[in-house]
Ligand binder design. Structure first.
Ligand SMILES: [Zn+2]
Length: 600
């Protein structure tokens, strides 16, 4: 009965014909550069608005920003696609470098605009922002002004940016270099292999217990050998960040990450509070799992071990139909949007060499389309990934009627639509599993996600906040970093761990990312926030879709607290809200334990 065959490779020619050598793309980039140059010259005469009559001046700046930003993003997105589909495409790498420098120019112009607007006196601003022309942009414009006010002077900030290249970001790059250089020897399937860190990390889910343990131990030894290098890198990176916070008068290290995520401290505290009080079922799951593995307690190197052998496979066409069938139960728009994406070649899923690992969804804002990248090999986890990325694409689709200014959502809510879509498919897969073994494997896959967000990410958050506090008083030694990490892991895993991973602070790239601080709690926020929307959707059925779309359309124009109150009627500064989402995850654990008990 299958009448349509969905293409397994994407169509990029609709944007720019001819791949990375495209003449159209070349012309497009030259045009963007020229526009940026002209805009920069025009901005030299852009002075601080001092009267309510100047609203149109700001609007015309916004129009130009939008034009340049969307054209730039579209080119950047397509170039990213070229690189992902063929890592040997050298022309695409060159183009990436070029687009990076255009982005940098755009960002500095934007910063200048924000600084200029921030100097408008408050009384004038209060009137300006109420004008018909600017009212629509009031949230973002106010945010720009607040941000600029919290910064030092334009001169000082530009000096910080310049010094940051060698004094801050360089530490992050040094980290990549140090890790890239590490090789370890592990025996895999009886053959000794020399592996990179990434390859050795992948052995954490190897079916053979000895291989998992050996990979962990050789890695831990490698981190120990170089711990002084990593400790120095981490200390100086954090030191630079703290010095700037001090100069700007920012007391809490969480101020910046909370502002980026438009989130209150109370919300973060309520989320971790609810999680901390509900660790017991996940501890029980870890205990059951260690017993299934024939061990007395849970060791770090067994956390990712598979508990059930093979799971059902689906070819790409079946996977697509499976997703569409279950999306339909939640809403006709999600289904028809996704069907269109499958039919029109929005997805690159072919399993072939030279593709980048992983998956992503990228938006083409000029054409109002998205493109999804992944490698589909037929596992249920591939089907979930595909659903996840379609969720991201649906978020962009929902934002179509919204102005560019009001589409710039933060990391915490970025994963809302994706997790929601993934949840639909993961739940359906569990329900449709043909055997108990199959069901156990699929449930475990879901529980592993909860363990990652409630335990692993929690440990990262606990470690990072404590480390930054101690760093305020001076250098923190490698020995102390190990201690802090062990304490954080024991606490975050509810004392369920038999052995910990003390050098996790050295092994995890996220602590060394300089682009965004505290690259951890927004993951957990996004997961639980999305789960609570999912719970509402289950209760309300397909009628929920319009409400869901309205929520997505507001993701970049209000704080997360206001978003939840307006669309869910929930106060997310209270623990009760978070407990509802956690309870859904606990149900998975209960079902898992029941099924594994029945197996005997
Ligand atoms: Zn995602």
């Amino acid at each position: 009965m299958r009448e349509v065959v969905y293409p397994i490779t994407w169509d990029l020619d609709v944007f720019f014909e001819g791949g990375s050598e495209s003449k159209e793309l070349r012309n497009h980039l030259d045009q963007v550069k020229e526009k940026l140059k002209v805009f920069g010259e025009r901005l030299e005469s852009f002075t601080t608005p001092t009267s309510v009559q100047e609203a149109s001046k700001i609007v015309s700046i916004i129009d130009e920003l939008k034009d340049i930003a969307t054209n730039l993003s579209q080119a950047g997105a397509v170039i990213g696609c070229f690189q992902a589909q063929d890592t040997t495409d050298k022309k695409a790498s060159l183009l990436e470098g070029e687009i990076g420098s255009i982005y940098a120019k755009f960002s500095s112009l934007l910063l200048g605009i924000q600084q200029t607007i921030s100097k408008t006196p408050d009384e004038v601003w209060a009137e300006l922002i109420k004008t018909d022309e600017l009212l629509e942009f009031s949230f973002v414009l106010n945010e720009w002004r607040e941000e600029a006010k919290r910064m030092l002077s334009e001169k000082e900030e530009s000096m910080i940016t310049a010094l940051g290249v060698d004094g801050y970001h360089a530490w992050g790059q040094l980290y990549d270099l140090l890790v890239g250089d590490i090789r370890v020897k592990v025996k895999v399937d009886g053959v000794e292999k020399e592996l990179s860190v990434g390859q050795a990390n992948n052995l954490s889910s190897h079916e053979d217990a000895t291989t998992r343990k050996e990979a962990f131990e050789v890695l831990e030894a490698a981190w120990t050998e170089k711990e002084e290098f990593f400790a120095k890198t981490l200390n100086h990176l954090a030191g630079f960040r703290l010095s700037i916070y001090e100069k700007r008068g920012w007391e809490s290290v969480l101020q910046e990450p909370l502002e980026i995520n438009r989130m209150k401290q109370e919300t973060l505290d309520a989320m971790w509070g609810a999680i901390s009080k509900n660790k017991a079922p996940f501890v029980e799951y870890l205990n059951v799992k260690s017993t299934m593995l024939g061990k007395e307690g849970m060791h770090w190197y067994d956390l990712d071990a598979p508990v059930s052998a093979s799971t059902e496979k689906m070819d790409y066409q079946q996977g697509a139909e499976f997703i569409l069938k279950h999306f339909k139960e939640f809403g006709p728009k999600l289904e028809s949007f996704s069907r269109n994406a499958f039919e029109k070649g929005w997805i690159e899923a072919e399993d072939r060499p030279n593709k980048r690992p992983g998956g992503f969804c990228t938006g083409m804002p000029v054409s109002e389309e998205s493109r999804i990248f992944m490698t589909y090999s037929g596992t249920m986890s591939n089907v979930s990934t595909l659903a996840h990325e379609l969720g991201h694409a649906f978020h962009s689709y929902a934002l179509r009627p919204v102005h560019w200014m009001n589409r710039q959502y933060a990391m915490g809510v970025a994963e809302t639509a994706s997790t929601f879509a993934e949840m639909i498919v993961a739940d359906a897969a569990v329900k449709e599993a043909k055997t108990n073994d199959e069901k156990i494997a699929l449930l475990e896959d879901k529980i592993q996600r909860s363990v990652a967000f409630f335990m692993n990410i929690h440990a990262r958050f606990l470690f990072e906040t404590r480390f930054y506090e101690e760093r305020k008083n001076g250098i923190v030694s490698a020995t102390r970093l190990n201690e802090l990490m062990e304490i954080a892991q024991k606490e975050a895993y509810g004392e369920a761990l038999e052995t910990t991973h003390p050098h996790f602070w050295a092994s995890k790239l996220h602590f060394y990312i300089t682009g965004v601080p505290f690259y951890n709690f927004p993951y957990t926020f996004g997961y639980l926030f999305s789960l609570s929307i999912y719970a509402k959707a289950i209760n309300e059925g397909a009628n929920f879709e319009e409400k869901y779309i309205a929520l997505l359309q507001d993701t970049a124009v209000m704080s997360v607290e206001d978003l939840a109150m307006k669309h869910l009627g929930e106060d997310i500064t209270e623990e009760e809200f978070w407990i509802k989402g956690i309870n859904l995850c606990i149900q998975d654990v209960n079902e898992f334990i029941q099924l594994t008990n029945a197996k005997g």
